[in-house]
Design a protein around this ligand. Sequence first.
Ligand code: TNX
Length: 532
Amino acid sequence: MTIGGVRLLTTTVILALTGGWGAPTAPAAAQASSVSFTSVVPAPVVTAPASGFTHQITATTTIYTEPGSPAAAQIAGQLAALLRRSTGYTLPVVEAPSTTPTDGIALLLSGAPPAAGSEGYQLDVSAASIAVRANQPAGLFAGVQTLRQLLPPAAESATAQPGPWEIAAGHILDYPRFSHRGAMLDVARHFLPVPVVERYIDEIALYKVNRLHLHLSDDQGWRIAVNSWPNLAVYGGSTQVGGGTGGYYTQDEYRQIVAYAAARYVMIIPEIDMPGHTNAALASYADLNCDGVAPKLYTGTRVGFSSLCVSKELTYTFLDQVLGEIAGLTPGAYLHIGGDEASSTTATDYSTFMNRAQQIVAAHGKTVVGWHDVVHAPALPSTVAQYWGTTTADAAVATAAQNGTKIIMSPANRAYLDMKYNSRTKLGQRWAGFIDVQDAYGWDPGAYLSGVGETSVLGVEAPLWTETIQSLADVEYMAFPRLPAIAELGWSPASTHDWTSFNQRLGAQGPRWRVMGINYYHSTQVSWPTGA
Ligand code: TNX
């Protein structure tokens, strides 16, 4: 079979769907797979299982990419690395001109339908081969994440497992509903070191989340080295909530996170929160304070008490230099400037400040994201507002949206991963209410906020604030299983929204998370398979 032959298989699969299936020859060993073709999270746009036969990955399976496609080769390398660990097979990655015989897994940047767009893919599994086709590398990566979920959970194992490695046959065509599918980590309240951030990137990417917003500064800590203002990290980053030693990313470490994310098609969106949430900066430089007196470092969890000095010109020099350095380290289009809970700044000062801050970001070639409070400044036309309210109506946000402002939906009572699941949850907060899986899943980002319709919504984001969160295990406990719920709202068409289906598919992730060592919360709302 050739890569060209793989293309032919598409025709075959489509024939199968229209009733023209002949007598597919399944390998003798093939039997019903333990993993259903319909257990993928987020739900794909079109799923067409071809029941009755499976594809088997074996010791002779090869992973093919087309020549001259380094991005595809890199994605193939990632898949090979994952499966070599668990299967023990060699799984060579081979560049195959279209005439080379293949019987394996083909990852192709050709042959995908236009409907797949830039982030979508088409996946065809037959007895003989697996083909993922995409128009862009991001889509190929997304298709591989789907393929991972079609394999038995043991495929995620770090050590060799017995197999067999069967995948149910069928066809998927898939692409996202929204372009922004985000997660946020607050690394300011408790510092989270690089390996934790990288592991979280791996975990969110499996669910086709393509943005990681890093909340890099707050009252309790400044977490990124800034060469022009070195005390920010060295002093301002020296503690955290509860009084630990805190920490910060060097610029090289931040670049490492950006590169790690980029290799998983995740864009890093850095946030420097302002004018409030700035005690760590104000403590690091007395001159930033209106009265010239530096406050003490802060290790509590109150909000709303700090403000940069709006009337001092030095404040804007500071913004220009800090945001300039961060813009230079960040390939993504966005800089997040917070703007939330500025309750120690007057409304007039808030407008003055946010207007200048937005201009500074624009001058450094980036698009502003702000918490939705920014619409009161008002927002620049290009500024994206992140809705974090707990109500389904906000007149100022609706007006901004009607005037063209794009909105990221993070309603705190639905999408905040730091809210407790219920009254018995030890970690987390409760100010926005308890959020179990059904609450996280049970809303429509395109129709949630009155006056903010689908076309105004850039996407969704699940923030994880870390006042009570200190470790990877804590992060995982709060994110799983709710993060996949928010991820599905961001990716899957509204027409697939169905709790019964989601519950089944989410439950099927449990055995996978066990193998991956993810410390997930066993919500009683989810029908976990036995043993999960
Ligand atoms: C509100 S949401 C905040 C954060 C807190 C969070 C805790 C938002 C934009 N600001 O400062 O960490 O609540 O849930």
